[in-house]
Design a protein around this ligand. Structure first.
Ligand code: FES
Length: 116
């Protein structure tokens, strides 16, 4: 899904549009420029964002299965904690991002300082 990358004020923010485009219990992939993010809406509540690709062999994390805040990669079933980014099968971490919801229900992700 397309997203808007805003690089004003030295930071980088991704505007992803309305939360309602992600069904509860599923994830969706977003991209803008070189940025690729997976966003999840678990049934237990909250909205989580991670890097788009699995650190094992690049599987599409947005297509993974959710159980609470545990994500299972669709290719070889590595498991990840969405809140911490911890890889639950083998150690290490994936990159996570904080998702802010605007008053209009839109999702915005702060990617921090970096080159656009
Ligand atoms: S690509 Fe994700 S577990 Fe292998």
């Amino acid at each position: 899904m397309p997203a808007d990358l805003d690089t004003k004020h030295g930071g980088r923010r991704l505007s992803l549009g309305p939360l309602c485009q992600i069904p509860v219990g599923e994830g969706r992939g977003f991209e803008a420029g070189n940025e690729r993010i997976a966003v999840f809406r678990p049934r237990c509540g909250g909205v989580y964002a991670t890097q788009a690709h699995c650190p094992h062999r690049g599987g599409p994390l947005a297509d993974g299965l959710l159980g609470g805040t545990t994500l299972v990669c669709p290719l070889h079933a590595w498991r990840f904690d969405l809140a911490s980014g911890e890889v639950l099968t083998g150690g290490g971490r994936i990159t996570t991002y904080r998702v802010v919801l605007t008053a209009d229900g839109d999702m915005v992700i702060d990617l921090g300082i970096g080159s656009p």
